[in-house]
Design a protein around this ligand. Structure first.
Ligand code: FMN
Length: 194
């Protein structure tokens, strides 16, 4: 097989991308231009019928305080009294404030054009583009999906056809590289050759 240099670079970026969590972030600010590049690459995701369903609200600087306040409020309002933990409330806030930037990911559905799962598939491709770009820039990132995101619509001023599907945390970090935990692809692949 003739592998040119770009495939080697691609393999390295794909295979070394990891979830890097806020506890590992250094606090150094990610320049706005880097975030612009990260979201610009999201925009090249494949999209059936060109609906381009990915939407991003980018929280940084003092914007992070607003998001942290709302996530804390939602945790208090939507957690049953018996399940409430002060440590969880504190970590909800601290995680957001440890990040240099949190991108709230939402998807715009087009019920007249496509089933919702196709839009979610497309948004997921966009998130992977962001994640790989962040990784190539040595920016740590992870996709977080706490139950409270179902209640963010008002705070985010989501349109009726828009749904929040997660928070994308980002921050510079000093984590050593770690191997991906994956079962071999051969266990998940069937070849039919005749
Ligand atoms: C749709 C989606 C939602 C995720 N939500 C969470 C989450 O809420 N909390 C979390 O710790 N990790 C979350 N993750 C990250 C996974 O835990 C992580 O991708 C997995 O452990 C594999 O590790 P890696 O990303 O370093 O390869 C999510 C990943 C995806 C794709």
């Amino acid at each position: 097989m003739n592998m040119d240099q770009s495939v080697e670079v691609l393999n390295k970026i794909i295979r070394s991308r990891r979830s890097i969590f806020p506890k590992s972030y250094t606090g150094e600010e990610i320049p706005r231009e880097a975030i612009e590049l990260i979201v610009a690459n999201a925009n090249y995701a494949p999209t059936h019928k060109l609906t381009q369903p990915w939407r991003f609200r980018i929280f940084r600087k003092k914007g992070l305080e607003l998001l942290a306040g709302e996530m804390e409020r939602l945790y208090k309002v939507h957690t049953a009294p018996g399940k409430f933990k002060q440590s969880k409330l504190d970590s909800t806030r601290n995680k957001i404030l440890s990040a240099s930037c949190v991108i709230v990911i939402s998807m715009k559905t087009h019920p007249d054009k496509l089933p919702e799962w196709e839009e979610l598939a497309s948004v997921s491709c966009a998130v992977q583009n962001m994640w790989l770009t962040a990784s190539a820039l040595h920016v740590g990132a992870y996709w977080s999906t706490p139950g409270t995101i179902a209640h963010l619509a008002e705070f985010l001023k989501l349109k009726p056809e828009e749904k929040c599907v997660g928070l994308f945390y980002m921050g510079f970090h000093k984590e050593p590289p770690r191997e991906a935990k994956r079962k071999p692809i051969a266990k998940k692949t069937t070849w039919i050759e005749g």
